[in-house]
Design a protein around this ligand. Structure first.
Ligand code: T4K
Length: 378
C-alpha cells in the first residue's frame, strides 16, 4: 500500500465530545451550589426532562444516570422474562441488559443494507418463551419499526428499542422515541447530545411513568413505603446542567456533521468496494455516526488493513461493531450464536468501519482522511 500523506499532528479520534462554553456551565454550577440540591429529582433534572419531551416529540420521558441502567429498568418495567430477540450487531450493553434481567438473548441476523435486525427473520426466532423484541436503531438509522410492531402485535410481544444512537431522529416526522413500548436513548459523552453520562426512556403509556420513576429510585414511594425492588438510576443535577447548556449547541453541531458527512460521501462516491449504510428518505437523521463498509475483494484491501493503516496517520477509526456480541465468550455457546444463523452480521462486522465524525473536524480534515483511504486501495 502506498501512502503519500503526512500523519495528522494531533490524533483524530472517531469522535470528540461536544463541549459548551465553560462559563455557561459554571453559571449553572453556581445555581446548583446556591440551591444545595445536587440530585434526586432536582430542578435542573425536571427542567431537562420537560425540554427533552418537546424536542423529542414524546409524551413521557424519564431521565437516567446512563443508558444501560435505563435499558435494564425498561425490561423490568415491562416485566420481561424468558427469551428476548435481539441483534448481535450492537454495543455490549444491549445483550448484557437482558442477562442482568435473567433473560436469554436470542440473536437474530441483520439486514446488510441498514445493518439493523432483519425484520424478515424475527418471526422464525419466536418460541413460546419469547416475551419481547429488543431492536437497535444502529448508528441512528431506524429499524423497520412498522413491520416489527406488526409482528409483535401478532404474537403478543413487547418491543423495546435501544435508540442509544438515535437522539432526535424522526420517521415521517414522528419522534423515534414514540415507536415500540419503550425506547432508550444514551446521553453518553460520545453522543450528539450528552450529559457526560446519562440516558432516557421514552414511552406512550401513562401508567409506565410512575413505575419507571419508582424503579429508578429504589422503588421508594415515600419516606415509609418502598413498593418494588428498584435500583439507583437517577440523573444528578450536574449531569442535567450540562445537558441544559448543550441543548443550545446541538442544532449547530448536527448541521456541521451533516456537511462533513456530505463531504465524505462526495469524496468516497464511486470507489470500488466502499459502501454506505442505507437510510430511507422519510428519516430525519441526527448524523451521529458515519460508517462505511469495505468489501475486500472489490477494494483490494481489508477493513482491518485500512483500520491499521489509518493509525499510522494518527487517525483512530473504530470497528463498531466487531466482534459481534454473539461471539463474546459469555454468549458464543448460545444456539442462536451459530454462524449459520448470523451470516449477514458476520460479514458486515468484518467490513464495517466508523469514520471520524464530530463538529470540530474541518472539511479539509475529511478530504485528507478520504485521500488516505484512497491510498490504501489495492
Ligand atoms: N446501546 C448501544 C447500541 C450503545 O452504543 C451504547 C453505548 C449503549 C447501549 C449504552 O449506553 P450508555 O450506558 O453508554 O449510555 C463508546 C461509549 O462509551 C458508549 O456509550 C457507546 N455506546 C459506544 C458505541 O461508544 P467505547 O468503549 O467505544 O468508548 P471510548 O472510551 O473508546 O470512546 C470512543 C472515542 O471517543 C475515543 O476514542 C475518544 C473519544 N472520547 C471518549 C470519551 C469517553 C473523547 O474524546 N472523550 C471522552 O470523554 O464506548
Amino acid at each position: 500500500m502506498n501512502n503519500f500523506f503526512e500523519p495528522f499532528d494531533e490524533p483524530i479520534y472517531v469522535t470528540r465530545p461536544l463541549l459548551p462554553n465553560l462559563n455557561d456551565v459554571v453559571e449553572q454550577l453556581k445555581q446548583i451550589w446556591n440551591s444545595k440540591w445536587l440530585t434526586n429529582n432536582g430542578p435542573k433534572h425536571n427542567c431537562l426532562e420537560e425540554k427533552l419531551k418537546n424536542i423529542l416529540k414524546v409524551p413521557y420521558l424519564s431521565l437516567f444516570n446512563n443508558g444501560t441502567i435505563a435499558l435494564i429498568v425498561a425490561c423490568q418495567s415491562l416485566r420481561l422474562s424468558g427469551e428476548v430477540i435481539t441483534t448481535p450487531f450492537t454495543f455490549a450493553a444491549t445483550p448484557h441488559v437482558l442477562t442482568w434481567n435473567n433473560i436469554k438473548p436470542i440473536f437474530c441476523d441483520i439486514d446488510p443494507l441498514t445493518m439493523n435486525i432483519d425484520s424478515n427473520k424475527i418471526e422464525s426466532m419466536i418460541t413460546p418463551q419469547t416475551t419481547a423484541i429488543l431492536a437497535v436503531h444502529v448508528f441512528g438509522v431506524p429499524c423497520d419499526v412498522f413491520k416489527i410492531q406488526e409482528i409483535a402485535d401478532r404474537y403478543g410481544l413487547k418491543v423495546i428499542y435501544d435508540a442509544a444512537h438515535a437522539f432526535n431522529v424522526e420517521v415521517n416526522g414522528v419522534g423515534i422515541g414514540n415507536f415500540g413500548d419503550i425506547s432508550m436513548m444514551s446521553f453518553h459523552a460520545t453522543k450528539l447530545f450528552h450529559t457526560i453520562e446519562g440516558g432516557s426512556l421514552t414511552y406512550a403509556d401513562k401508567n409506565l411513568k410512575q413505575r419507571i420513576d419508582l424503579l429508578k429510585n429504589f422503588g421508594i414511594k415515600n419516606e415509609e413505603e418502598v413498593v418494588m425492588p428498584g435500583i439507583n438510576g437517577k440523573m444528578n443535577e450536574m449531569q442535567a446542567a450540562v445537558g441544559l447548556v448543550l441543548l443550545n449547541y446541538i442544532k449547530e453541531e448536527r448541521k456541521k456533521r451533516q456537511v462533513l458527512i456530505n463531504k465524505y460521501k462526495e469524496c468516497l462516491h464511486g470507489i470500488d468496494g466502499i459502501y454506505f449504510q442505507e437510510v430511507s428518505d422519510n428519516v430525519r437523521s441526527n448524523y451521529q455516526y458515519f460508517v462505511i463498509k469495505i468489501n475486500q475483494d472489490e477494494f483490494g484491501a481489508s477493513r482491518d488493513a485500512v483500520y491499521t493503516g489509518f493509525k499510522k496517520y494518527n487517525v483512530f477509526t473504530r470497528k463498531y461493531f466487531y466482534p459481534l456480541c454473539s461471539d463474546f465468550t459469555c454468549y458464543r455457546q448460545l444456539p442462536s450464536s451459530a454462524t449459520a444463523n448470523l451470516l449477514a452480521a458476520k460479514l458486515i462486522s468484518q467490513q464495517v468501519l466508523s469514520m471520524p465524525l464530530y463538529g470540530e473536524l474541518s472539511i479539509q480534515d475529511v478530504e485528507r482522511i478520504c485521500d488516505m483511504l484512497k491510498g490504501f486501495k489495492g
